[in-house]
Write a protein of this length. Sequence first.
Length: 550
Amino acid sequence: MNIKQITEEFAVTEQLNGTDIEILAEQGVKSIICNRPDGESGDQVPYADIEAAAQSHGMQVRYIPVVSGGIKAADVEQFDSAMATMPKPMVAYCRTGTRSITLWALGQKAQGQAVEQLLNTAEQAGYDLKSVLSPASEPVKSQHFKVVIIGAGSGGISTAASLLKRQPGLQIAIVDKAEKHYYQPGWTMVGGGVFHASDTERDTGPLIPKGVHWIQCAAQEFDPQNNSVTLDDGSQLSYDHLVVACGLKLNWEGVEGLVDTLGENGVTSNYRFDLAPYTWKLVQGLRSGKAVFTQPPMPIKCAGAPQKAMYLSADHWHRNGTLNAIDIQFYNAGGVLFGVKEYVPALMKYIEKYNAHLNFNHRLTKVDGEAHTAWFEKSDAEGNKEIVSTEFDMLHVCPPQQAPDFIRSSALADAAGWVDVDQGTLRHKAFENVWSLGDVMNAPNAKTMAAARKQAPIVAHNLLSAMGVTKGVAIYDGYGSCPLTVEKGKIVLAEFGYGGKLLPSFPAWLLDGQQATRMAWALKKDLLPPVYWNAMLKGREWMVKPEPKV
């Protein structure tokens, strides 16, 4: 926690957690304002948790969420009202404190305080508010790069590394605010007690390839007709080529009541860094009762992850002798266990082994954590729908997922909100100098880390081919991999491409992906993490080097 004192009675800070609230209470803080929308990042503590912690210490708390770069007059008015009516001293927070001090400064400006004084106050606290407080006629700062990459996740960093491998010295900028980078495939293993959460987290800075400009802002608006991107600090980037690799949005608010109970009352999710350890805690503590696992409508990242959580949990209960006392229920909004039929027989063996009950065409709509009850919309073959409910002792939720809001509202999006690309070249269908990969684009492949690993060098080659640096066109075959952890020590390694075509990386005599094998477990547990950190993010294209067609 890094408190920035703005006035005697008002301060701003970065994202808070429960321990921070206790410290603030000890320091005499009376009120807290949250300006960060829930669900912006995997490590974010939900507002409901902050509210509960603050209220337990007798503090007042207010939720005024704003999007970076999208503050409206009504937001400022609401913030001013809270400032005027809540007891002092008070602290406002967002991801870094920027939105909070911006709301304060805009309110003070409207009340007649001098802009120069406000700028000085903000600068002393470490914030530059020139772009939001200065006259509109002031020129917007702008930079130009040969390649601008939106997103410093697996796809963005890997693409930058693959570009530099082919064209050293290429002028590249990566745009991303996140100070932490996560190996998200490891979160299933954290929830199964195999990895520690810390194994999956590193600082972003050292992972950015040498020579690449890291711009710690968020993309706010695209103008592909004029080859520019506006950032949340008001600045603009122009580019020769744009790569969009910003991932997708976990829509926790898409299930009524879910945000209010995540991380307590037995409700958890391996889709969040801070909650995966809670999954393992619940699994260890449950010795009888009902365990419910959910999967939302497609598309989602790693479609096998919801059932991986079920298998690893059930394996633990099997090993400690409590499985017969636990009722395992899997609620899937879809109509099949897994989308590629060749892998279903191996998975069904474990469904039967763990006596898990499959409930297809059930979409989670509401959760009441205190009542330990979940509600589902059940659909039948004729399209009829009804609401059904179930009680639970443990509930593992996979949230509904969608493209980020700033993508959905842009000219880059298709009708469903995803970046609209050619599924072979990964080039945008309407803008020839725009490319996309990873979870944010609309090619009909599985949204997995393995897919991004295959896509990054293809985007790098094709982009440089468009620049005249390389020759030919590389084609993405839709490859994705889903290591289905069916027990601790064995995995069904599903590898497939477009249309469910099987694309195994190894001969069946070495690793039969349609069976649960120990070799696949060793690959997932011991080999793939170092491949990710030391090869994929560094442009070492092990087994995924593209073969362009001239």
